[in-house]
Design a protein around this ligand. Structure first.
Ligand code: FES
Length: 336
């Protein structure tokens, strides 16, 4: 066979092979994806049944009852556990009612549409129409609306009633004090106190004569120091006749009664005299106007200015120097 014939034969065989291979390649290619059906633009179901509506109304009524119970308890028996149970129960039950109504009472719609960047008025109208149609298929709309209104009103009342706890304005009750110029200091038996009864190293409790002893600023502590030991302004020293000085018994940190007195017997080694509050150990210096030596108190113990009357008894020379009681907004000083 000549060379040219051999080439022709090989080309013919190659063509035959190519024809046979082509259909096989097509068979191996993955099938073309089928075009998806366009989604249904609006699928709507109305699942509501009288039973479901009744259940929602019953849940709303129970929630309303719980909220109403909160209001009544708040007035009659304000027990925090019961109040929390009622208000929490009302919110949970009404939440369950709303969720159940959303699933089983309100018409269910599945809408698909292209997202538009800007809302136009026509779309807004469409939304309004959809909202109006939300009641479609609900047979007891009036009952459900009444139950929802009742639940909303009682929960609203439960939210508003605690405002009553804000109470009346404080007025001058914080600053009012039974101490007046000339009012005698008496002991727990009501006997007038004299300066000589107050000795160094002791604390004597005193009260205003013929006044309520249960108010915060009634009790005072009486102490005695040598007048030259008092390191304070001339006015304050003048309010401590013969070295007898009076301080409020109420701690300026959180109103505990200052009930400990440290009076060292060995001045060379022991710390200075101090009044100490047992609650958080605020420590006050009675020789320096009740200044804070240690602890969380933010201001000195208020000093009650004293005088001795014609009968030789201790009397108040006026109200306290400083506000009695704990520190609060606008009432926090650090200077003695
Ligand atoms: S109440 Fe006195 S230190 Fe806190």
């Amino acid at each position: 066979m000549s060379e040219s014939r051999l080439r022709i034969a090989l080309a013919w065989i190659g063509l035959r092979l190519l024809r046979r291979l082509r259909p096989r390649r097509r068979a191996q290619e993955p099938p073309a994806p089928r075009r998806a059906e366009p989604p249904d633009a609006l699928a709507r179901e109305t699942p509501s049944t009288p039973r479901a509506e009744l259940l929602v109304a019953a849940l709303l009524l129970v929630g309303a009852l719980a909220a109403a119970a909160f209001v009544v308890l708040y007035v009659v028996r304000p027990d925090t556990q019961l109040l929390g149970l009622c208000l929490g129960g009302a919110l949970v039950i009404c939440g369950i009612a709303a969720a159940f109504a959303g699933k089983r009472v309100v018409p269910q719609e599945t809408a698909s549409e292209p997202y538009e960047q800007l809302a136009d008025e026509r779309k807004v109208d469409d939304v309004g129409a959809i909202v109006r149609e939300a009641g479609e298929g609900v047979s007891r709309r009036g009952m459900l609306a009444a139950a929802a209104g009742l639940a909303g009103a009682t929960i609203g009342a439960a939210a508003v009633v605690p405002v009553a706890s804000l109470g009346p304005a404080v007025g001058d009750r914080i600053t009012a004090t039974p101490w007046r110029r000339g009012r005698r200091l008496v002991d727990s038996e009501g006997r007038p106190l004299r300066p000589e009864q107050i000795t160094e190293g002791t604390v004597v409790l005193a009260f205003p004569e013929a006044a309520d002893r249960n108010t915060l600023d009634a009790p005072v502590m009486l102490l005695r120091f040598a007048p030259e030991e008092l390191e304070m302004s001339a006015a304050r020293r003048a309010a401590a006749p013969g070295g007898v000085i009076a301080y409020s018994r109420i701690c300026t940190h959180a109103s505990c009664a200052v009930s400990m007195y440290r009076h060292p017997l060995h001045p060379a080694t022991a710390p200075e005299p101090a009044l100490v509050c047992p609650c958080h150990f605020s420590t006050f210096d009675p020789r320096r106007g009740g200044a804070v030596l240690f602890g969380p108190a933010g201001r000195p113990l208020p000093q009650l200015p004293l005088q001795v009357n014609a009968a030789g008894e201790l009397v108040a020379a006026g109200g306290f120097i400083g506000q009695v009681g704990p520190s609060y907004a606008g009432e926090r000083e650090t200077e003695a």
